[in-house]
Design a protein around this ligand. Sequence first.
Ligand SMILES: Cc1cc2nc3c(=O)[nH]c(=O)nc-3n(C[C@H](O)[C@H](O)[C@H](O)COP(=O)(O)O)c2cc1C
Length: 343
Amino acid sequence: MDLTTRYLGHDLNSPLLAGASPLTGDIGNIRLLEDLGAGAVVLPSIFEEQIEHENELMDRLTTTGIDSYSEALTYFPSAATNGTDPRRYLEIIRRAVEAVDIPIVASLNGITDHGWITYAQEIEQAGADALELNIYFIPATIDISGHQVEQRYVSILKAVKKAVKIPVAVKLNPYFSAVGHMACQLVEAGADGLVLFNRFYQPDIDLTRLTLSPSLELSSAAEIRLPLLWVALLAGRTSASLAAGTGVESADEVIKYLLAGADVVMTSSALLRYGVGHMKVLLDGLKGWLAARDLDTLDRLRGRLSQLNIADPTAFERANYIQVLQGYRGKPVGNQPVSLAPD
Ligand SMILES: Cc1cc2nc3c(=O)[nH]c(=O)nc-3n(C[C@H](O)[C@H](O)[C@H](O)COP(=O)(O)O)c2cc1C
């Protein structure tokens, strides 16, 4: 069965990618993911704050006249050895690229277009095949406008694109007034791919201790609906690669995202929950589904249920919401099934 897929200018053996998480920062896991059929691996992010911290450290070293770098680092042990510093990140990229044949996508997480962006060049020099830019910006002050938020995304992307030649995907969030228009602005500014969607950290409140409780919840399959909607709306309407992520628990979610029009599907929570071996479960499930329908490539599947390809495009819009409500009053709901048979 041919599961080859193109993503960010690379030919992949499969459309299933391991998304960014602590699990993908381990070379053993990356090797295993390749063996189990992952098409590519996205490394965990290196954050703007970490890079800025290192830059500050370098400034302090050079301005205090210390000329032996490694010796000087001992003066700042916490920054130099905390396990996630930018130099170690580059080392992980080098080792990952050496260890496997599948593309290694590095991940930069930031919110400004300042000096830290030159680090993207170091990522490229370390051998990363592509870069995922996770712009994790919560406009927490109320005097910033939607237009300013959008401009921030565009200007960060432009700065990164200026710094590197490798393909750059933007991992964006669904909280724009017009997600589609934002996606188009990013593609116009040079995005080679869009990753739908980023999942913002949302703190809870601990009612016993009366504090904010910071915890990162793993996702569930119920969360695929919003990215599924936007993949289906954007598929065929943008020249950028489309990656779908969030809520992939089983092969069902993978197949749904492909039907909606995703080029690739990413999974993080499921691998953290069930272990790296779950990559094979997802791929076997996809292959089984295709085999049961006599499909031997992904072409007959991909995008068949995107908005551009279904008979009733309003099924993705308000009109269908009204139909669904009518369904509660006993009227049948549903649209025409699509055929996967050759045209
Ligand atoms: C523990 C954990 C760590 C994560 N770390 C990163 C990260 O470093 N960079 C990033 O872009 N996304 C990170 N993510 C987000 C995932 O890549 C993914 O976008 C999100 O979890 C939705 O996909 P999922 O439903 O398959 O988990 C992390 C998610 C989890 C659960």
